[in-house]
Design a protein around this ligand. Structure first.
Ligand code: ZN
Ligand code: ZN
Length: 176
């Protein structure tokens, strides 16, 4: 769905979109939608800002991806609000480059080009932001044994007792 700037010039643009599993395309093929994904909210031009747009709403859905530790499936329930600001691309082109670099307050600001903003792009980005840095199937996932390669959630291998590196490996995994 296009959030049209032209329409925003007349009124606020409300949206309530739902994508069924399979309908929403992720850049990363590892991500799979497991329940209908919904995005509701409103997009509006902010007065006296030279074309700044606020997109505010809520995104809800279930995403499945690969577990960082055991390579099994890890699922995440996402239900989160968002409140985003976008400036016209021309505002960025007009400003001197050094000014843009220094103004950290604008780091969170996105840019748009006419005819407007694609809701799917916004939602895709929000979903990624909502996923935890470490994506595990469960908090206590034991992962893959670094020595024999078995999935330790399914099989207790005998390497564990012998290897003094286990704890180090667990720590290392945390930082990947
Ligand atoms: Zn796992
Ligand atoms: Zn093992």
């Amino acid at each position: 769905m296009l959030l049209s700037i032209k329409e925003m010039e007349l009124r606020k643009v409300h949206f309530a979109e739902t994508w069924q599993p399979g309908e929403f395309v992720f850049a990363n093929a590892d991500f799979v939608l497991k329940s209908p994904l919904s995005a509701t909210g409103v997009a509006a031009l902010l007065p006296h800002t030279g074309g700044e747009v606020e997109v505010k709403g809520r995104v809800k859905g279930d995403i499945e991806t690969e577990c960082d530790r055991c390579l099994g499936r890890a699922s995440f329930h996402i239900d989160a609000p968002f409140d985003l600001f976008y400036k016209p691309q021309s505002a960025m082109n007009d400003a001197p480059a050094d000014e843009l670099a220094i103004d950290e307050g604008e780091a969170e600001m996105g840019f748009y080009e006419l005819p407007g903003l694609e809701l799917e792009d916004i939602i895709r980005e929000q979903l990624l932001l909502q996923l935890p840095m470490q994506r595990v199937c469960r908090e206590d996932c034991k992962g893959i044994c670094p020595i024999c390669g078995v999935n330790r959630n399914e099989t207790a291998c005998s390497c564990q007792a012998q290897s003094g590196d286990d704890r180090w490996m667990a720590l290392k995994n945390l930082h990947i």
